[in-house]
Design a protein around this ligand. Structure first.
Ligand SMILES: *Cc1c(COP(=O)(O)O)cnc(C)c1O
Length: 223
């Protein structure tokens, strides 16, 4: 089941890359395991999963104790400052930096263990009150202030699209984030390669709009 699902998602990604004139290797699949148990994760790894995404540090830690570094770990959910210490221990990429306060906490904990932590800035493009993330107009300020932090490396941006009945209505949010990234890269010299956008319902649209990392849970683990 998981292996079949994974194969079909991988094929969808490949076909979508092809029709958008992008290389298949330009898009990384992060398999979101927040609703999967350790056994499912092990099955997924055997089926070829290399990158997994968790949205809570505590859950990820418990799974990490069993799975370890056989996969690359991504934190995709909101991070609280008191969890930064655990987060820097296991995550290769933290997608959810949504304030200067959390950037500072990650920097401090990463520096204690001699790590430069790769992160993305989460942007709330739609402006929904229920969503974490900085507003698009706050991004420049966050990037400027983050220059002070030598133990974080901002690799790009992440967004979660709103839930709408017609996925085509989502396109504009992905496009807005890509344009924001392109504008900043044009001004500052291509420092921000990554756009983490696209989930089960909308990853094809996200890829068409330039996503480099898709985070897919239900389509693979089908809880
Ligand atoms: C759960 C989650 C996903 C995966 O969503 P699916 O609809 O299961 O593909 C992606 N990103 C974030 C931030 C999530 O919390």
């Amino acid at each position: 089941m998981i292996a079949d699902n994974l194969k079909s998602v991988t094929q969808q990604i490949a076909r979508c890359c092809e029709r958008s004139g992008r290389s298949e290797t330009a898009v990384k699949l992060v398999s979101v395991t927040k609703e999967a148990d350790v056994e499912d994760i092990q099955t997924a790894i055997l089926a070829g999963v290399t990158d997994i995404g968790e949205n809570r540090v505590q859950d990820a830690l418990a799974k990490y104790r069993v799975i370890g570094d056989r996969v690359t770990w991504h934190l995709i959910g909101h991070l609280q400052t008191n969890k930064a210490k655990d987060a820097v221990k296991i995550f290769s990429l933290i997608h959810s930096v949504d304030s200067i306060r959390i950037a500072e906490a990650i920097d401090k904990e990463a520096s204690k263990i001699g790590k430069v932590q790769d992160v993305l800035v989460q942007v709330n493009v739609s402006g929904e009150k229920t969503k974490f993330g900085v507003r698009p107009e706050e991004v420049d300020g966050i990037l400027e202030e983050s220059v002070l932090y030598g133990n974080i490396d901002i690799k790009g941006f992440m967004t979660i699209a709103p839930e709408v009945s017609d996925p085509e209505n989502i396109r504009k949010y992905f496009r807005t984030l890509r344009e924001l990234r392109d504008r900043i890269n044009a001004a500052q010299g291509e420092h921000y390669p990554h756009l983490s956008m696209g989930m089960t319902n909308d990853f094809e649209i996200a890829i068409e709009e330039g996503s480099t990392i898709v985070r897919v849970g239900r389509a693979i683990f089908n809880p």
